[in-house]
Design a protein around this ligand. Structure first.
Ligand code: GLV
Length: 362
């Protein structure tokens, strides 16, 4: 049964009004001795103030407070004996970590939409709920995809470098001429929520959109986005800008390699804001060396934070995985993770649970 929004904690209702499932209301569950306050939670980041306050209302929270990501041994040590874990995409939640946590661990709330860092089947085997943060970062990530696309096409980073170097001596007719964006063909691989948000923005640039996706979108969505379905090969062949929006899994790992790059136009640009391993980085470097494509704009890398030297070139724009990095969006993501943890221990269905089968076993 869906619980009435009036029973939902205020922030939960605001963030995902349509998503809370439970047969009992939240305050009711607390009254019934959820004893949520005594539960121990390890958060591998301090998060922002609003989610932090919310978390602390309900859990005894231990944070990793370092400026850098916690070293693995530190995570393994601190997760021991915890009831809940709030983690980022940098933390690998595998059997080793679950062993280190011990039998009390009931929920892993990832502050990311991608969950390739988590061994979900291993969590499910142990009855541990896993949640992610879908639906709140699509527009922000789409904005950033366009930031990269425009940046590489119009040579913004090179221009910035020149402008601030003190070496720009005069305007000139052919100074840093890039390539037009408007009117070109945008190819999208993966038309999920983020892919659709990227496609929607193309209309302002009068760009035809072609896409390939595991499942074809409805005629209604295709019409709304002015997007045409093609085979993957056709998208590779026809796109002037190819933007990747598939999740990383065993089917998409290495999706774009030497053969796929060779199908692209020599004038085309590759944009990747999903996960680095979707592109075979060595093949991309080779393609750039040989002028197989015109350039790339990358927010993600095969072995983050390492970046292949061959990608450090003028026709490649590089960003350190910033797709969802706005204060508003990161706050929303953290709030979802926090609300998932609270809902779980309040006897409710965590709104964005990935393995709901563990709830049936509770
Ligand atoms: C960011 O990369 C995310 O998966 O949320």
């Amino acid at each position: 049964m869906r619980c009435s929004p009036r029973f939902l904690p205020q922030r939960c209702a605001r963030i995902f009004p349509q998503l809370c499932y439970s047969s009992i209301s939240f305050p009711e569950a607390l009254k019934r001795g959820g004893a949520v306050g005594r539960l121990k939670l390890f958060s591998t980041h301090v998060l922002f103030e609003e989610p932090r306050r919310r978390l602390e209302e309900h859990f005894d929270v231990e944070y990793w407070r370092g400026n850098e990501r916690p070293p693995r041994p530190e995570v393994l040590k601190r997760v021991a004996g915890m009831d809940a874990l709030v983690c980022l995409l940098t933390e690998k939640v595998d059997r080793e970590l679950l062993d280190a946590a011990g039998p009390k661990l009931r929920i892993v709330a990832n502050v990311a939409v991608g969950f390739d860092n988590i061994d979900v089947p291993a969590c499910t085997e142990r009855g541990i709920a896993v949640t992610n943060t879908p639906g709140v970062l699509d527009e922000t990530t789409a904005d950033f995809t366009w930031t990269l696309l425009l940046g590489v096409a119009r040579r913004l980073v090179e221009g910035d470098r020149l402008a601030r170097s003190g070496e720009w001596l005069q305007w000139n007719f052919d100074l840093l001429c890039g390539t037009d964006v408007w009117g070109k063909t945008l190819g999208i691989i993966g038309l999920g929520r983020i892919g659709r948000a990227v496609a929607r923005r193309a209309q302002g640039f009068r760009m035809p959109v072609i896409y390939h996706s595991r499942t074809r979108a409805s005629a209604e969505i295709e019409k709304e986005l002015n997007a045409e379905y093609r085979t993957q090969d056709e998208v590779l062949l026809q796109a002037d800008f190819l933007s990747l929006h598939v999740p990383l899994n065993e089917k998409t790992r290495g999706l774009i390699g030497r053969a796929e790059l060779a199908r692209m136009k020599r004038t085309a640009f590759l944009i990747n804001t999903t996960r680095g391993p979707v592109v075979q980085e060595a093949a991309l470097v080779e393609a750039l060396d040989q002028g197989v494509i015109a350039g790339a704009a990358l927010d993600v890398f095969e072995r983050e934070p390492l970046i292949s030297d061959g990608l450090r070139r003028d026709n490649v724009v590089l960003a350190p995985h910033l797709g969802s990095a706005s204060v508003e969006t990161r706050t929303r993501m953290a709030m979802i993770a926090v609300e998932n943890a609270i809902a779980f221990f309040a006897g409710q269905r965590p709104p964005t649970i990935l393995n709901p089968e563990v709830l049936r076993r509770k």
